[in-house]
Design a protein around this ligand. Structure first.
Ligand code: PMP
Length: 375
């Protein structure tokens, strides 16, 4: 029977307790949310939702075409200029998702005959970018500049090193300064995915490259998502103007994809302007992360010290991680659950996000529930 093998796979997943299903989130969820990526609590901010509504009324429900045909509005240009300026880069290009931005950046910067050096802990979208790229990929040990140096030593053509700035599984940060130094030794480019850094790291949330003085350098390209700290949807690539112009001409997920919807563009622009006006939101997200981590470890839980707003708590097994997350939910707390195949090392975790708008009382409640339900 056609697609019969799918049932076998589903059965195997079900038996292993790893079958994924979708659960609608009610508009007014009673759960305490430590699962979403709305780090700054902006997704439902009235200025952000009004930015979306205004844009939709003015420009329509969709972008109506690809960016090179009818899909570019004034709003797209404003968002690109303001995002580049905020993060300290020369230029920016907005995509329909962070995923599409990563596919674009990796494939366009890794032509035939080139070498891509990719951290073993990178996000799936960077991994898929490597798979689609014409260049050859070498995956290197996690957060290991020496391994990157060795890999770069094997190449002869153009090279690009690809890394998350903050890794989505454990919330640890990449050694960006050292990576940049190694890249410069070999004349390689450095492409970093700042999905979890924008809005959280750097002065006022200007992102990880800004925080370490790499923003705007001629050999640094960053990608961001508009769907986490900025509470919208979409993604962007930031870098030197010549790189951005190259993407307009060479990146297939830019050329052949419908432009970012006006509502998402308007929401992201409103959130960015809000973040400029209220820079303390970024520091507050970092502070909440530190407090949450301190309380988790004080109650005997094994949590990775957060470099941004993502905190990972180890679970003994995939099955226990799933049950732990379900028990938290039953007790009124939404947490993320990472387990194989989404984790590179086979270790299952609860994944918590430290939102800037969480109160101390809410943090106490979250830690109590996680402690009481632990396997
Ligand atoms: N990079 C990283 C590190 C991410 O965590 C995510 C989101 N899960 C993405 C890229 C993809 O971004 P988007 O959701 O906007 O497609």
């Amino acid at each position: 029977m056609a697609f019969g093998w799918i049932d076998e796979q589903a059965d195997a997943r079900r038996r292993a307790g790893l079958l994924r299903t979708l659960r609608p989130r009610p508009a007014d969820s009673p759960l305490l949310d430590l699962a979403s990526n709305d780090y700054l609590g902006l997704a439902r901010h009235p200025e952000v939702t009004e930015g979306a509504a205004d844009a939709a009324r003015r420009w329509g429900g969709g972008a109506t075409g690809s960016r090179l045909v009818t899909g570019t509005t004034e709003l797209h240009g404003e968002l690109e200029r303001e995002l580049a300026d905020f993060c300290g880069f020369e230029a920016a290009l907005v995509f329909s998702s962070g995923y599409a931005a990563n596919l674009a950046a990796v494939t366009a910067l890794a032509p035939h005959g080139s070498l891509v050096v990719s951290d073993a802990g990178n996000h799936a979208s960077l991994i898929d970018g490597c798979r689609l790229a014409r260049g050859a990929t070498q995956v290197v040990a996690h957060a290991d500049p020496e391994a990157v140096r060795k890999a770069l030593g094997t190449g002869s053509g153009p090279a690009v090193v690809v890394s998350d700035t903050v890794f989505s599984v454990d919330g640890d940060a990449a050694p960006l300064g050292e990576l940049a130094d190694v890249c410069r030794e070999f004349g390689a480019g450095l492409l970093v995915d700042d999905a979890h850094g924008l809005g959280v790291l750097g002065d006022g949330g200007r992102g990880a490259p800004y925080a370490v003085g790499l923003a705007g350098a001629p050999d640094i390209v960053a990608t961001v998502t508009l769907s986490k700290s900025l509470g919208s949807q979409g993604g962007a690539v930031l870098g030197p103007a010549r790189v951005i112009d190259h993407l307009v001409n060479a990146a297939r997920t830019f050329i052949f994809d419908t432009g970012l919807a006006p509502a998402a563009t308007g929401a992201a622009l409103a959130a960015l302007r809000l973040l400029r006006r209220e820079p303390e939101r970024a520091a507050r997200a970092r502070e909440v992360a530190t407090r949450l981590h301190t309380r988790l470890t004080a109650s005997g839980l094994e949590a990775v010290r957060p470099d941004a707003a993502v905190i990972s708590v180890r679970a003994p097994s995939p099955e226990q991680a799933v049950r732990w997350a379900a028990d938290c939910r039953a007790a009124g707390l939404a947490v993320g659950c990472f387990r194989p195949p989404s984790v590179p090392d086979g270790i299952s975790r609860l994944r918590l996000t430290a939102r800037a708008d969480l109160t101390d009382g809410q943090l106490d409640r979250a830690v109590r529930v996680i402690g009481e339900t632990r396997p």
